[in-house]
Design a protein around this ligand. Sequence first.
Ligand code: UD1
Length: 421
Amino acid sequence: MEYLKIKGTTDLQGSVEISGAKNAALPLLASSILASNTVKIGNLPDVADINTMVKLLKNLGSEVEVLDCNTIKINTQKLQETKAIYDIVKTMRASILVLGPLLARFGHCEVSLPGGCAIGQRPVDLHLKALEQMGAKIVIKKGYIIAQAKDGLKGATIVFDKVSVTGTENIIMAAALAKGTTTIINAAKEPEIVQLCEVLAKAGLQIEGIGSAKLEIIGRARSLLNFCDFDIIPDRIEAGTYLCVGAITNKKLKITKANASHLRAVLAKFEEMGYKILEDEDCISILPAKKIKGVHIVTQEYPGFPTDMQAQFMALATQASTPSIIDERLFENRFMHVSELNRMGADISLNGSVASIAPGAKLNPADVMATDLRASSALILAALVAKGDTNIHRIYHLDRGYEKIEQKLSQIGVSAKRFNE
Ligand code: UD1
């Protein structure tokens, strides 16, 4: 296993280029199952989760041509296997995204049931209930979701009890090849969903209400789509994380190839804390605060403050001059970073879903353990303001979603080196 050694420094300079969004790329890769032609995707982030989805699609029989580390061509015409095996699904929950398109195209599939994970139970009941409403017969056997819709899926009105990102994506892809119209009410509105809808619309799918909570999709009764080439949108969570690097060190930092309009709730919190934000086309700069103020954050679905930025803002809040409160409303157990931050000298207490962060912590370097993707980036942020070397273990979590992390950090003056345990 590898670990990352970060030397605390506040001496930053330069800018960081933002990669493509992992969470946009995953459903879009899965959507190639709906294509009649070869799909060319650019600006793919070179991260482990993307490799896992490509591996899964290859395992199902897709042909993949890697043009460079950020561009691939994928052809699913010869795809015949419809079983997404446990060995692959266990490494990435988002593998569930092949369920909707496989079932819609083939009328049957088996997908290993993703387990719980470090941030909570994360059930997929909403995905399954919606597919059943579209006519699927679903049983769970030996850890697999076995889904059948012999005569194809049928359009239906789906009202999601909770807003679910991958749930919405799965049903959009299922509805694309269903017979009749599907209306999704209480759909998620994340930019990643908007891109999925736009790519499918360009490929010939009739879809109304893109970007709203009500989507209407005219199913194509198993007639496949003809995709155009496209590039993945910038990763708003990677962008927010690097802005936190500037914020926690209280130095100017510029990120490029970003989309500020996807980051409104995050940018507003930086401003509330006293930082200045400058936007110039696809660049965003964060400028130091005179005094870093504490913050009150409630995580919500988009366009609210993203749960995927919660851990990073918690690390940042330890350096504020007044107390902060962070209320995690999406995932019941997304506080694994708290004990590691406290081991470094933070004073964070938990009461149910609410974390209270004491201001002005003097953070010390330590050996710490990454527990999930975003928790790991909070540890990097804390390491930057600790005097000395912090070793972050189990960095495979970081590699799931941050492209070239040590190169990007080194480029702005941070000593970040990877070692074997
Ligand atoms: C996606 C993102 C993840 C992000 C999360 C919330 C991807 C690949 N992952 O995860 O990075 O943190 O959105 O923005 O895009 N729920 C149910 N039943 C279900 C589905 C969800 O109860 O069938 C609950 C979840 O436990 C959670 C809430 O709904 O409490 C939202 O989860 P959801 O939006 O589905 O998260 P993911 O799509 O898994």
